[in-house]
Design a protein around this ligand. Structure first.
Ligand SMILES: *Cc1c(COP(=O)(O)O)cnc(C)c1O
Length: 396
């Protein structure tokens, strides 16, 4: 079966009493057992029978199974947000004294998790330019638990050579962990490039129009004991497992992911091309042939470039005029909603981070981030163009 079909036709394990076509939502916390033996087997992981929904739930398991079927992963573990999934990975593979090698170009909360929260627990984070392989080689040593990267960084839109990073990590017995939120796993196969563990915010493309929060850890089975550490240790002792309603919504989201992603990416391409014609601004989108990461995206991600793009306007004030002039496009955070969204990351997502750190992360005060939706591209282009015109020419 092809992916589009698998996403819709992965069967659920037990037939439903009524033959329900969609996986029922099991909104229960606990499960009844026939006898003490079945009960003990479930609690001691000798059977797959569910015992308690903090660690297992049939609706969530079905969602995980579809993703496993689509990726060929050893295990897929669903969390109640992308950040819960990311934290779970670090809880499972780091410890006091261990180090993480990553970039300054990171999603804001992942950056703070590593440089602030985990630092308090003795986990060291080394920030290097992941596109500079010599710098990475100098930073990685036998104490390194993992190299952590984002497939397309948000909002800098940088792309690193993943296969080369995998070689460096593996030479030191470290794992390569990739946040693949920007391009769904059905479009870019990062396992092929040497990624050991994939993590993503399913709040974005998968949820099907910002219906619910969620995160996925996709374990390709190359890190010994990892899956056990997440399910038996992190999930049990920290919590954070996905709940049944988001699993249901995101199962529906998965069924339409292929068509939605393609349409959104095509819209992003049209918008990027149209806005590139406008004088006085810069458009950053790896789908554009003159983008420095265009070729790398073709090689690594099979010609997929996401549906996020950024604009560099002449000044911070121009950015505020742009944001305030939008009529159709929504002033909101989030990515890959069905609606087109715009945000000025410098004053919002990164607004409470010291200015020097923001600049070191290349979050420019002149940068606007756009997530292109499923509207008709002509309408998106018309609204963005009029707002750019007001922003650049200061004629409100
Ligand atoms: C949104 C996002 C996250 C965090 O996901 P949540 O579901 O909001 O917790 C992590 N990484 C990237 C790249 C994101 O865009």
């Amino acid at each position: 079966m092809k992916k589009t079909t698998k996403a819709i036709h992965t069967p659920y394990p037990s037939p439903d009493a009524y033959g329900a076509l969609a996986m029922p939502v099991y909104n229960c916390c606990a499960y009844e057992f026939k006898n003490h033996e079945e009960m003990a087997d479930s609690f001691c992981a000798r059977s797959n029978a569910p015992d308690y929904s903090r660690v297992t739930n049939p609706t969530v398991i079905h969602f995980e199974n579809i993703v496993r079927n689509l990726t060929g992963a050893r295990d897929v573990i669903a969390f109640n947000s992308g950040m819960a999934a990311i934290s779970a990975i670090f809880m499972a593979i780091t410890a006091a004294g261990k180090r993480v090698v990553t970039s300054r170009h990171l999603f804001g909360n992942t950056f703070l998790l590593l440089t602030r929260t985990l630092k308090r627990f003795g986990v060291e984070t080394e920030l290097v330019d992941l596109t500079d392989l010599d710098a990475v080689r100098r930073a990685v040593n036998d104490n390194t638990a993992c190299i952590y990267l984002e497939t397309i960084t948000n909002p800098q839109m940088e792309v690193a050579d993943i296969a080369a990073l995998a070689d460096i990590a593996h030479a030191h017995g470290a794992a390569l962990v990739a946040d693949t939120t920007m391009i769904p796993f059905t479009f870019a196969d990062v396992k092929r490039l040497g990624v050991d563990i994939e993590v993503l915010s399913s709040t974005k493309y998968l949820s099907g129009g910002a219906t619910s929060l969620g995160g996925l850890v996709i374990d390709y089975g190359t890190v010994p004991g990892f899956d056990e550490a997440v399910r038996r240790d992190v999930l049990m002792n920290f919590g954070g497992y996905m709940t049944p309603n988001p699993a249901y919504l995101q199962t529906l989201g998965l069924e339409t992911l292929q068509v939605r992603y393609e349409a959104q990416q095509a819209n992003a391409m049209e918008v990027a091309l149209a806005l590139s014609e406008i004088e006085g601004i810069e458009v950053c989108y790896p789908g554009l042939p003159d983008n420095p990461y265009h070729e790398l995206c073709n090689i690594q991600f099979d010609g997929n470039y996401s549906a996020m793009l950024t604009l560099l306007l002449p000044s911070e004030e121009a950015c505020y005029r742009f944001i305030d002039s939008l009529q159709l496009v929504k002033r909101a955070t989030n990515l890959f909603d069905n609606r087109t969204l715009a945000i000025h990351p410098y004053s919002t997502i990164y607004g409470t981070i010291p200015v020097e750190t923001r600049l070191a992360m290349d979050v420019s005060p002149r940068l606007i981030r756009l997530s292109i939706g499923l509207e008709d591209p002509e309408d998106i282009i018309a609204d963005l163009s009029q707002a750019i015109n007001k922003a650049v020419n200061n004629n409100s």
